[in-house]
Write a protein that binds this ligand. Structure first.
Ligand code: ZN
Length: 291
């Protein structure tokens, strides 16, 4: 992968990349679909993080979502859903999922574009700040959680409703570490929206600000962090990440990835498909019928 193709990739419409002084702003750009992540977006995000990592002028990176919502999750129903498309794999050496049967395809794909990518992005050696407004749901959580800081607008809400599919949470299973085990169970059992103020009380986000001040607050924090030496920031980030790993984050996620894929396989064996017949619309309708 050459630098030029990386830069080309990160300029794709689905992700915008811009540098403002020593801060890179990476913006998911499918607002018409509440920034649902298809693989085109995942790989464009990967391009953007590579670009930010390699640019010596960039000290801090911001991850934002265009429009009303940060991200409604993985793409399970837009016209550009691209689960059967081959991309240049980057997160590991496991073979491509396209054309492989059953669980083999799901395992290879999700290991690459979900768990593997998210883990790599968590290791970006520069502070990464999530700028979250509106929905941060399921796959959206994974993107916010790999960031070092989360700054939320007052209208932000967080939810992982995939237990409705019979699946124990999204692929990047950080729930017990980012909100504590007790609340992680409530969060998953109910699958309901948790407002920004409660996420703050749980320690899952750093700050909550009025929506019209969100971007300014994020850039202000980024600017102040950028005054610190780059290596000091990289080592500090690694120190805290290592502590989190000592608390079982990595091994816990590995073991739950197995449960996650058992759930997909069970769904596929007894029902219509690996998502228990759900798509974006049925998940939304189920949520509406409860409230
Ligand atoms: Zn999955």
């Amino acid at each position: 992968m050459t630098v030029s193709s990386r830069e080309q990739g990160s300029d794709q419409g689905v992700v915008r990349y811009e540098r403002r002084g020593d801060v890179a702003v990476v913006t998911m750009n499918r607002p018409q679909y509440r920034n649902a992540q298809n693989s085109a977006m995942t790989y464009a995000l990967d391009d953007a993080f590579y670009r930010a990592a390699d640019d010596r002028r960039v000290k801090v990176v911001v991850l934002a979502g265009a429009g009303e919502h940060f991200s409604a999750g993985h793409d399970i129903g837009t016209p550009e859903r691209d689960v059967d498309t081959t991309f240049d794999r980057r997160a590991g050496l496991w073979w491509d999922h396209v054309g492989r049967p059953g669980g083999e395809s799901r395992f290879a794909r999700e290991q690459e574009v979900y768990l593997g990518m998210c883990r790599r992005w968590r290791e970006l050696p520069k502070p990464l700040i999530a700028q979250v407004q509106g929905a941060c749901v399921a796959g959206g959580l994974m993107l916010a959680w790999v960031c070092d800081l989360i700054v939320a607008a007052e209208d932000a809400f967080f939810a992982d409703p995939v237990v409705r599919m019979g699946i124990p949470g999204v692929e990047y299973f950080a729930h017990p570490w980012v909100m504590g085990p007790r609340f992680a169970k409530e969060f998953l059992f109910l699958g309901e929206r948790v407002p920004a103020a409660r996420a703050l009380a749980l320690g899952m986000v750093n700050r909550v600000v009025p929506r019209d001040q969100l971007e300014a607050e994020v850039l202000s924090i980024a600017g102040r962090i950028a005054a610190m030496p780059a290596l000091g920031l990289a080592l500090t980030k690694k120190a805290v990440n290592q502590a989190e790993d000592q608390m079982g984050l990595q091994t816990g996620m590995d073991s739950v990835f197995g449960l996650h894929h058992f759930a997909h396989a069970h769904n596929a064996e007894v029902g219509r498909d690996a998502l228990a017949g759900h798509d974006a619309r049925s998940m939304r309708d189920a949520q509406r019928n409860r409230s």
